[in-house]
Write a protein of this length. Sequence first.
Length: 301
Amino acid sequence: MQLGMIGLGRMGANMTTRLLQGGHQVVVYDRSAEAVEQASEGGATGARSLADVVDRLETPRAVWVMVPSGEPTEETVQELAGLLSSDDTVIDGGNSNYKDTVRRGRQLAERGLHFVDSGTSGGVWGLKEGYSLMIGGDADAVQRLNPIFETLAPSPELGWGRVGPTGSGHFTKMLHNGIEYGMMQAFAEGFAILKKKTEFDLDLHQIAEIWRHGSVVRSWLLDLTAEALKEDQDLQAIAPFVSDSGEGRWTVAEAIELDVPAPVITHSLIARLRSRDEMGYADRMLSAMRNQFGGHAIKKS
């Protein structure tokens, strides 16, 4: 099957490689000419622009957009909408807000175009292990793309599926990442307690390896945690600063909007925000208040 791939960041490049290995024809474009050249050396057909991608694809066309969420995705989708023909399909495989996806789907439908959203999980391991794909869109449009999804997924039968109409794929991926936040926070807190129990001189990597087999907490996330602990149990080379890409915030906002209590996911997001407070002003204020009402000692910085 033929597919256009827009965006050759690490995941986009890996997905292109997996598609080529599966026998698909891929026409690629990226703002980086070097990235396009590297993909071309791997068997892809390089293009000079979005218009060039569209020209090189047979109808009905399918173009996968794998660029950062927000304005980059908005600009790319809107430009493609002006270049494509009726019955062509745009696939957004990035981490767009599902509300933007619903809006874009309606806009493209007015032009006779299909808009499919694929919540994509797998990160840097996707090339080897396959990607988990949560797909939203018109059933017929999705079915036409099944050969692409079957190649990108861990297997043709597992790890992917259409979950509902346009927007539902990104909504499901948003919740997937919110759950991921909570799981990561639980592991981080648990290992922090183990680390603090110095009298037992615990080997955290050994414990992670024990838990990986037979334990109810075994998971791929624990596998990755064990790898990190194998390299450095003290994690001295890593700054205590945790970023977020937006999905956790959107999950918490959605939980509030739907009146669904989500304390674990919410706390995990707050913990990430707290990790970035280098000044620690709120903690300084707490110490100052304790001193004022109780005369408690203040630790000077």
